[in-house]
Design a protein. Structure first.
Length: 490
């Protein structure tokens, strides 16, 4: 990331220990060291400067309240990003969140017109290459290249095993290299091939055009033999704009995190980060099921009961936990929209170009993550206005019918080929089954839950999250109450 400290310039262990001891100066140091980069990351996920500021403020409050649970103080930086991501995903789910006010770009110094033109040219090249990647890949490469997080940090941030995070980075670097090769051909040799010229009428490239270009280069005798200079990911992404953090946000954040009269507010905000893993990392945010979010109010006996999809922590509704600067809600993760997510949460940048998007897909409910952060809301019976005083008289010889025995879940896999998705079939055998997707392996995304009657079947859509079709790959989708479906994809 431009102007970012290099490796070894962070003092995570000392800052974490001082923050754990309640040192207010340590909180100031944490803000001064990480806030500009965290704000840029939050802005990339939320695409709004007001929401990004609110997310950053809540992140700092969460960090101060939960630092005691972090078992690896040397991982403070990655842990802060995990807190920020969870808060951003929560905010993205809110239909009332603030939108439309993107932050200005951080000052890049006095550049000559020639330097500005060269920078814009390199930005267009970076956008065209990144457009071919999935949302998860774009976020991973941005966090690794510009924010200097490693595979262990990404594992904690995405809630996946470290070896899977390592594989994600390896595949992303490989796919980005292929996409960059095609983008350089389009940038410098578009006149030599009519097909390339037709595909690159709009520049920078849109995701669909970027992927079509890659397929063309792979099969075209003219384009396939061209050599292009390699360009490391950190240099490619270094030209992307950085969202400028508001100058007055520092005092506002430090006041909110330390003022004695805001203790209740801080406790409510801190609850948004729960639950945590055994390592003290926040479990990635899980969006509430759409039906639970949209369920209308139920009225009975003069009382109103609203179905709430909440986190594992119970938060009193009377406590206004959000800061005055931000809204509530979230999106991600991370279901995925390929390659961009609804609401266009984009790259950590100040620009509004859709190709600027480096943000993740919404939190994939079927991703191989740590335990879910929220459960489906329980259905409480509506209390009767007048209590029943008499029990119904049982019929002589009658007995209460036994409930149906639960069945088991039968699953069958699927193959995508060169498509972006396929459907796994699940069937209830021997009785009714309440099922849900519990995770995936490989570059796959799937989600869903429901109840099947005995013998009933349904389909679960599985999508691939890798940007390119290179070779044959395999993954799986896991279900509860048991069963795993094998999925092949390119």
């Amino acid at each position: 990331m431009s102007a970012a400290p290099g490796p070894g310039q962070y003092d995570d262990s000392r800052l974490a220990d001082a923050l754990r001891a309640g040192d207010v100066i340590a909180l100031t140091e944490v803000y001064d060291t990480y806030a500009p980069f965290l704000y840029d990351y939050c802005h990339g996920l939320l695409r709004d400067r007001v929401e990004a500021a609110g997310a950053l403020r809540n992140t700092m409050i969460m960090a101060r309240e939960h630092i005691g649970g972090l078992t690896e103080p040397e991982r403070l930086r990655g842990w802060l990003y995990a807190l920020a991501r969870k808060e951003c995903m929560r905010r993205r789910e809110s239909p009332n969140r603030h939108t439309g006010q993107e932050a200005p770009e951080a000052d890049d110094g006095d550049l000559t017109p020639e330097q500005l033109a060269r920078r814009d040219e390199r930005r267009a090249l970076a956008h065209s290459a990144l457009a071919a990647l999935s949302g998860r890949q774009r976020e991973a490469i941005d966090l690794a290249a510009r924010h200097e997080l490693d595979a262990v940090d990404l594992a904690g941030l995405f809630g996946i095993p470290p070896d899977e995070a390592e594989q994600l980075l390896e595949e992303t670097h490989e796919d980005l290299g292929i996409a960059l090769h095609a983008a350089l051909i389009a940038q410098n040799h578009w006149e030599d091939c009519p097909s390339v010229s037709a595909l690159t009428e709009s520049w920078p490239l849109a995701p669909q055009a970027a992927r079509s270009l890659i397929r063309h280069v792979d099969s075209c005798p003219t384009c396939g033999g061209r050599e292009t200079p390699p360009l490391p990911a950190d240099r490619l992404l270094a030209v992307l704009p950085i969202a400028a953090i508001p100058g007055d946000l520092r005092l506002d954040v430090l006041t909110a995190a330390t003022a004695a009269d805001r203790a209740d507010n801080r406790h409510a905000i801190a609850a948004y980060a729960e639950p945590f893993t055994a390592r003290g990392w926040p479990v990635p945010y899980k969006p509430a099921p759409a039906r639970a979010r949209e369920r209308p109010e139920k009225r009975g006996g003069g009382r109103t009961f609203v179905a709430l999809a909440g986190g594992a922590a119970a938060i009193a509704l009377a406590v206004v936990a959000m800061t005055a600067i931000g809204g509530a809600g979230a999106g991600e993760n991370s279901g995925s929209a390929d390659p961009d997510v609804p609401g266009a949460p984009g790259a950590p940048s100040a620009g509004g170009d859709p190709s600027d998007s480096l943000g993740p897909e919404p939190e994939d409910p079927g991703s191989p993550t740590a335990p879910t952060t929220s459960a489906s809301p329980s259905k409480s019976p509506t209390p009767s206005e007048t209590p029943t005083t008499e029990s119904p008289t049982p019929t002589p010889g009658s007995s209460r019918p036994e409930p149906p025995r639960p069945g088991s879940l039968s699953v069958s896999g699927c193959s995508m080929g060169v498509n972006s998705s396929c459907t796994v079939r699940i069937t209830a055998v021997g009785g009714p089954v309440s099922w849900r997707v519990t995770g995936t392996s490989g570059a796959l995304s799937a989600s869903g839950s429901g109840r099947l009657a005995a013998g009933e079947s349904t389909g679960v859509r599985v999508s691939r999250t890798n940007g390119l079709c290179l070779g044959q790959r395999r993954g799986s989708v896991s279900f509860s109450p048991g069963g795993s479906a094998s999925v092949s994809y390119c």
